[in-house]
Structure formats: C-alpha cells, structure tokens
Design a protein around this ligand. Sequence first.
Ligand code: NAD
Length: 363
Amino acid sequence: MEKKITVLPGDGIGPEVVEATTNILDEVAEQFGHTFTYEYADIGGIALDREGVPLPDKTVETCRESDGVLLGAVGGPKWDENPGHLRPEAGLLGIRKQLELFANLRPVAGHESLNTSSSLKEEVINGVDLMIVRELTGGLYFGEPKERREEGGEEAVVDTLSYKRSEIERIVRRAFDLAKVRKKHVTSVDKANVLESSRLWREIADEVSEDYPDVTLEHMLVDNAAMQLIRDPKQFDVVVTENMFGDILSDEASVLTGSLGMLPSASIGSDSPGLYEPVHGSAPDIAGEGKANPLATIASAGMMLKYSFGMIAEATAIDEAIQQVLSNGFRTGDIAKPGEKILSTDEMTAEVVKALQTAAAKS
Ligand code: NAD
C-alpha cells in the first residue's frame, strides 16, 4: 500500500520523537512492502515563530490531503506569556476541531517489566489493559460563551459545557464498537448527580447500549472513577467520557504504565485522516539532549497503522517490538531504575528497529 503521512514535529522533544518514529515506519514499510511518504508542516510554537499563527492554513490543508497525521508535541516556556489564541496549544485544539477529530483513544496497558516504575503497587497494576475514549471537540473546552465579563460591578468569568445529542451519540457508539472487540465492557463516566449535560449523556449511553446486547454498560460518577482508576484499574475495559473529564482521567491513568513517555493516543473522526500523538508534552527540560523516550510516539504510529490504514499485522509487529525491547531491559531515563543503563533516543530507536528485524527473520 502507498500512504501519505503528514508529520507535525512541533516543539521541544517533538522533532526528536517524530524522527525516531519515521525510522520505525520506514522499517515496517520495508518489511511489509508498503510505501510511506512524509509531508512536513508546522504547528504550535514553531509555527508561531515562522508564520505568526499556531496553526497555519497550509498545515490544515496538508493534513486534509493525507492518509494520517503524526504529531510530536507543542508548547514551551518561550510562548507561555502569549494570549490564548497565540499559544501553541491553540494549534492543537484547532487541528482537532478542523479535522473534526471527536474521539480521542488512549490505550493504557502495563508493560510487566515496567511495573516497578509506577508509584502504585505492582499487584494493583499488573495486567491493566484499558482504553479511555475521550470526547475531543465539544464540552467545556469549546462551549460558548467563554469569557471574562463584568457582573454587578465586579469581575466575573464563564465557561460553557454544551453538547448536542449527535455529538454524544457518536462518541458513545465509538466506545461500544471498541468494547465489542475487547472485553465487552463500557464504563460511561459522568457527573449526572449535578450536571444536566451528564444526565443527557447517561440517557444516550443507555439508548446506544440497546444496540450492543453483548456489551455491558456501567455508569460511574467522575469523582468515583478517579478513585477507582488507581484503587482497582483492572475493573475497566473501555471508559467513555466528556472532554474535560477525559483529559484529567487519562493523565491520571498514565501512572498505571510507569511513565508519560509510554502512552500513545489516536484522535479520530468520521471522514478526516486520524491524528496520532504521544500523550506527553514537549518536555522542554530535556529537549535537544537526546534523552526523550520515543516509545509513546512509536506506539502512536502503530495505532495509525491499525486504525487509519487497517494494517493489523504491522501494528502488532510494532507493539511486540516495544514489548521486546522493554523485556530485554532497554531503558530511557524516564523509565530506568537507579543504576540501570540509560539509552539515548537514537539508541532506543535502534533497539526497536533491531527487534522488528529479529521478529521478521524468525517468521
Ligand atoms: P511534559 O509531558 O512535557 O513533561 C512532564 C515531565 O515528563 C517532564 O519532566 C518531562 O521531561 C517528562 N517527559 C515527558 N515526555 C517524555 C518523554 N517522551 N521522555 C522522557 N521524559 C518525558 O509536560 P509539561 O512539562 O507539563 O509541559 C511542557 C510543555 O508541553 C508545556 O508547554 C505544555 O503546554 C506542553 N504540552 C503539550 C502537550 C501536547 O502537545 N499534546 C501535552 C501536554 C503538555
């Protein structure tokens, strides 16, 4: 197959982890007889520096014309004082909105060999395998009005949590579709005891569940979900929730895997190309030093192969190569225990390439 991939390296460690990942994609392309071509474009701080906006129109065009988008990360102290619409993060929110990427999938699966790097007890996280499905283009982050204003002579502020029925239904349905091919359990997280938006969310989840008789639906209040995620994470299979709840819960879930440097994500819509990126940020503290863990971005590319290109064997090869390097004891600084040898980004990438080659030679 021939696939056109838009690459948005972004800021900080973004370019480093993205370069590592295109090396892995090249190896997969060679092994499986595919051609991947890369079109580079700017987003975030680098786009602000070069073009004065965090999301240039031509970046959006390039993304639209491709089969999948691979993103590094955006942001950094240089742009922290910019007004909201001129911050790097506005580029990220913008591309999600422009491509209507309403579903953010964040798989959280422990790697047995990393269980001791988590701050949680090994017996709690051993065997965790869950998927957070976060609504990404609606809710509190996008609702209008969103402004500072004056009320009764003093400063006031408003953010708005609004959803249309169709927006809730499509994300809940996506969660059920995923659960069907996993452990057939959906936990819908809301705050229905307080929020009207959550009460509609709950009603719709119940309606959608009728179309999936083999999938069990459970409702859980978000405060309880935050507690259950670290108390007993193995109870979860697919967790579906609105934008802000999902943002918070998915970062909380990252401790289950030991490091932010291990978590991939996919943002997908209905007709547009999917966007694949690590959950971590631009890590300005280690940028340019060759210390970044590339595995979350490499795993995100694996999700692109699976969800956008339908390349299941290729995606599995990437996942298995990551498991293999971890089982072999290779570590970047963020996942190394004291005294363990620390690999650079390039060295870790080379180990993943080697693991792919070894697996191919065996099959
Ligand atoms: P961060 O995820 O960038 O870093 C948090 C900590 O984790 C840092 O100590 C960092 O060194 C470490 N870390 C992160 N990724 C790593 C990796 N791959 N390998 C090794 N260590 C890694 O979060 P932050 O420090 O809160 O934010 C830094 C910047 O990133 C900010 O400007 C923020 O707005 C931005 N950010 C961007 C995204 C995104 O692009 N999706 C997400 C979160 C934060």
